[in-house]
Design a protein around this ligand. Structure first.
Ligand code: P6P
Length: 334
């Protein structure tokens, strides 16, 4: 048997085979994706040791969100920032853990712009629940690097993905054509293709949200949930509830098994909790390429024009039909 049959397609091989599809590509995209994989391995190694090396302790710092920064957040942020800087592929970065845009020095500045949440779901670290890194990639603009390179509608992304540090370390990315999933083989240190061309099931089988936010929901949410749950009857349970409280893990499970995630805005303030640039935009890009949809309630997440790096939004993301149904409930109930 030839060796070629003995192992799967690695992340680097997958990205390189795509490179010829981009006539204008000069290898930076392939290099960037590969380096994000390197950062994922480095962060995974630290996450696996959380608790053993006391990285889950609180640093006492607070980030722009006013949340206490846990050591692992800082480690993940600094790791990704440095790997992207050294890659020579990135001109500007935004991170949940950085107040301002990070401009890469001219001698290392590259063709791409990356917005990332280095460790989404970090409140789950102590409970050893799956957490992850989420990233959005844009081509840089012709003018001088700065925040403007990031304050663009999500539809301008050229790629997006996430890395989940869970029962296994999984990297999922899309270049706009397909959504592909890679699993880290600890023995070889390589990410191998495990799910090609991922697509949403057209029917929602899982409902995922924090039901304890009920008192703060706008009027459309409860009747919408009743409509979805009303699909269960004496004959069959067609929809069930699963909520991890780690967006990246809830999103991935929903993509694999067919689920709808929602985090409505707070009716008292009209503001959402989830961040647009480095949580909702990348996941919305992935969802649309996988045949799903993502809305803030009144329109497509990817059409929102950002006005600040850390702005928040409401999110409904999953199968197209049920995202559209939610929008009809928003229009009807407000
Ligand atoms: P709540 C984690 O902090 C996070 O940003 C997402 O990963 C998660 O979906 C959400 O917040 C959970 O928020 O208000 O339900 O605790």
């Amino acid at each position: 048997m030839s060796l070629a049959a003995d192992f799967g397609v690695t992340l680097t091989q997958h990205v390189l085979t795509r490179q010829h599809l981009h006539p204008e590509a000069r290898g930076q995209f392939s290099g960037l994706l590969t380096q994000i994989g390197v950062a994922g391995k480095l962060i995974a190694a630290q996450v696996r040791r959380a608790g053993l090396i006391e990285v889950w302790g609180k640093t006492g710092e607070t980030n722009v969100q006013g949340e206490t920064v846990k050591k692992l957040d800082r480690i993940a942020n600094d790791t990704l920032k440095e790997v992207l800087r050294r890659s020579g592929c990135v001109a500007v970065m935004a991170s949940e853990e950085e107040d301002d845009a990070v401009i890469v020095e001219p001698e290392l500045s590259g063709e791409y712009v990356v917005a990332f949440d280095p460790l989404d779901g970090s409140s789950n670290i102590e409970a050893s629940v799956s957490i992850g890194t989420i990233f959005a990639i844009y081509r840089r603009l012709p003018d001088a690097p700065g925040p403007a390179h990031l304050l663009r509608p999500g539809r301008e992304q050229v790629a997006a993905g996430y890395i989940i540090y869970g029962s296994s370390t999984v990297l999922v990315y899309t270049d706009g054509r397909t959504v592909d999933c890679f699993t880290l083989d600890p023995g070889s240190g390589e990410f191998f293709l495990t799910r090609a061309a991922m697509a949403y099931r057209p029917v929602t089988r899982i409902l995922s949200l924090n039901e304890c936010n009920g008192p703060y929901w706008p009027g459309w949410v409860s009747p919408f949930l009743d409509e979805i749950k009303g699909r269960n009857d004496a004959e069959a349970r067609r929809v069930t509830d699963r909520h991890i409280g780690s967006l990246v893990a809830d999103f991935h499970r929903n993509l694999v098994k067919g689920g709808l995630f929602l985090y409505p805005v707070d009716a008292r303030t009209g503001r959402g909790k989830l961040r647009l640039l480095y949580e909702c935009n990348p996941l919305a890009f992935i969802a649309e390429v996988a045949g799903g949809a993502a809305s803030w309630g009144g329109g497509r997440i990817l059409d929102v024009q950002p006005t600040s790096l850390h702005q928040r939004t409401g999110l409904i993301i999953g199968a197209q039909a049920d995202v559209a149904l939610a929008e009809r409930f928003v229009a009807e109930h407000g």
